[in-house]
Ligand binder design. Structure first.
Ligand code: CTP
Ligand code: CA
Length: 226
């Protein structure tokens, strides 16, 4: 193993990382979710701990062990993730939102198993809160890094999300590309920044992408202080 040339030092910084999918309850036996494995977020949490940061990892249900040294908060729904993030936000310096938050949830979460009934053919959904958007609105000293999982028009959609959510950086990945996206150990991402610049990274391990994101986050935090 090579020693990294530039070891970012994040000691004294509090970082919130969200990871994994959310689960939106239909009834006691059913829910709506997505394919997020949590690997990207857990890798970032590991890198942030190594850089000396205080790390709060707010995670949906995944089958990964908690990285050493993080404070792990387990949640299920988008609403629970929102509450957990907001509770930690006031004194945080950086939020990295890797979580694949469900955009919709069932309008009614039943506490008994739902039966099929004639005439009830459609499950009604409603939108969840957009956590990153809310963080962007309530932003003070915090640096915000979001993710964008796209299948097409990646740069356009990523830049639109950067503006709309008042983020400082969006990590965009093409989930259709070979070796990228859900469940894999590798990823292909481009980092889009507020100043309009972008960094296109080649196919890399999620751990190496995580290290790069922490390096960029460290630069953003340092610029903020000036
Ligand atoms: N996000 C969030 N809360 C939501 C939905 C998304 O905080 N309810 C965050 C994600 O964690 C990610 C960023 O917003 O960091 C972009 O998520 P993405 O699903 O790519 O974009 P959306 O804004 O949900 O738009 P769409 O799914 O329509 O592309
Ligand atoms: Ca979405």
């Amino acid at each position: 193993h090579f020693q990294k040339l530039t070891q970012p030092n994040l000691s004294g910084y509090k970082i919130i990382i969200t990871a994994g999918p959310t689960r939106e309850k239909i009834d006691p036996v059913r829910y709506i979710t997505n394919h997020s494995s949590g690997k990207m977020g857990y890798a970032i949490a590991e890198e942030a701990v190594q850089a000396g940061a205080e790390v709060v990892l707010i995670s949906g249900p995944v089958s990964l062990p908690a990285p050493m040294g993080v404070q792990l908060i387990r949640i299920e729904s988008a609403e629970e993730m929102y509450e957990a993030v907001m509770a930690e936000y006031p004194n945080a310096n950086l939020v990295i939102k890797t979580a694949a938050v469900a955009d919709y949830r069932p309008k009614i979460a039943y506490d008994h198993k739902v039966k099929k009934k004639p005439g009830e053919e459609v499950l009604e959904l409603e939108r969840t809160k957009d956590i990153l958007l809310e963080l962007g609105k309530a932003k003070k000293q915090q640096i915000l890094i979001g993710f964008a999982a796209e299948t097409d028009h990646i740069a356009d959609y990523a830049q639109a999300k950067l503006k709309k959510k008042n983020a400082d950086m969006i990590v965009a990945n093409n989930v259709k590309a070979e070796g990228a996206g859900f469940g894999t150990d590798t990823n292909i991402v481009t980092l889009f920044k507020r100043d309009g610049s972008s960094i296109e990274l080649p196919l890399m391990s999620k751990q190496a992408v995580a290290a790069k994101i922490i390096e960029e986050a460290s630069n953003l935090l340092r610029n903020e202080q000036k």
